[in-house]
Design a protein around this ligand. Structure first.
Ligand code: ATP
Length: 323
């Protein structure tokens, strides 16, 4: 009796619901005029990140909007991805604060990350991460990623450039915005002929590498398991201080990963348990990769060097790797 009739047509057009939802996103709208933009922090493929101010320090990602109108990704996709982004609240994820949604001013406002990215620590400063520290960082990444996956969000671009370290705390950025930020703007002259930006390839799972086609990354089969593969590469970078397949040309990497050849771990200074995690995350078959809750518990059980361990708390890692 309390049911509201929407129309006389009786049609059940699902496509109207996302549109209605987007109305409730008004509360996340930030009027562009309220933003203060200071210096450019960096320019990605899709837009420019500014240090800014909006009720305090923020990071503002200003999208290159002329590119948006030239391409097929519509405003709806941007709104949809912003809607996903705003559903996230976790200690290890960057804080979404709002967005400017009126074209031609499209921007995403997040908290400003202090500290440096793992990429800067590992590849530019050549900071060494002890195994213990790598485990702590990996646990926090697993926590943030486990949360995202539990909410049905696939990161699609997990990499050390998108992970900040703030006084020992991991903050993951750039999740769920892949179509907007990478796809309509991504396949440009900065990449190679397949539209592959430098430093991207070694995060791509075999099923993604096999699906690569020139200018068609929109249809890549991203999944929770491809995020886990990317996590494996981050884990390798933490432990080894370099990218897998270092120094090899893209064609060689594509050929090897596509056939299931993995970076050799022969020269790696790490325990069996640590290498097992890597091999599981890099499993050729996506179903064989662990999920983040499983990774977290595996990481928590790793023996820590020079830390007293109670004998009543034995470790059975080899067993969990069988499952
Ligand atoms: P790509 O376009 O390949 O993803 P990228 O990750 O470097 O490259 P952006 O995500 O656009 O590109 O980031 C540009 C710069 O802004 C990077 O140096 C990044 O570390 C920095 N940055 C992004 N978000 C924040 C943030 N919330 N706080 C501080 N710095 C940020």
């Amino acid at each position: 009796s309390g049911r509201v009739s929407l129309s006389g047509s009786g049609s059940t057009d699902d496509s109207r619901w996302p549109r209605q939802n987007s109305l409730s996103m008004k509360e996340w709208d930030i009027p562009y005029d309220e933003l203060k933009l200071f210096e450019v922090i960096g320019t990605g493929r899709f837009g420019t990140v500014y240090r800014g101010s909006w009720h305090g320090a923020v990071a503002v990602k200003l999208l290159h909007v002329n590119a948006l109108s030239d391409h097929s990704v519509p405003l709806d996709t941007f709104k949809h991805e912003v809607a996903t982004f705003r559903k996230t609240r976790h200690e290890n994820l960057v804080l979404f604060m709002g967005a400017c949604m009126k074209p031609p001013r499209l921007a995403i406002v997040t908290s400003l990350c202090k500290g440096m990215t793992l990429f800067t620590h590992i590849h530019l400063r050549k900071d060494k991460f002890t195994n213990n520290k790598s485990v702590i960082v990996a646990q926090q990444i697993s926590q943030g990623m486990g949360y995202l996956h539990a909410r049905g969000i696939i990161h699609k671009d997990l990499k050390t450039k998108n992970i900040f370290l703030e006084n020992g705390k991991v903050v993951i950025t750039d999740f769920g915005l892949f179509s907007v930020t990478k796809l309509c703007f991504g396949n440009n002259a900065r990449g190679d002929s397949l539209g592959i930006p430098p430093g991207w390839l070694c995060y791509l799972a075999p099923e993604l590498v096999r699906a690569l086609r020139p200018h068609a990354s929109l249809h890549l089969p991203f999944s929770k398991a491809t995020d886990v593969y990317a996590f494996g590469t981050v884990w390798y970078e933490l432990l080894c201080g370099e990218y897998p397949f270092k120094g090899q040309p893209p064609e060689a990497i594509i050929w090897q990963v596509g056939k299931g050849v993995k970076q050799s771990l022969a020269n790696m200074q790490a325990s069996r348990d640590i290498k097992d995690i890597l091999m599981l995350c890099w499993s050729y078959r996506s179903l064989e990769r662990p999920d983040f809750p499983h990774l977290l518990s595996t990481l928590e059980k790793l023996p820590r060097k020079r830390l007293a361990r109670s004998p009543s708390h034995p470790v059975h890692l080899s067993r969990s790797a069988d499952s």
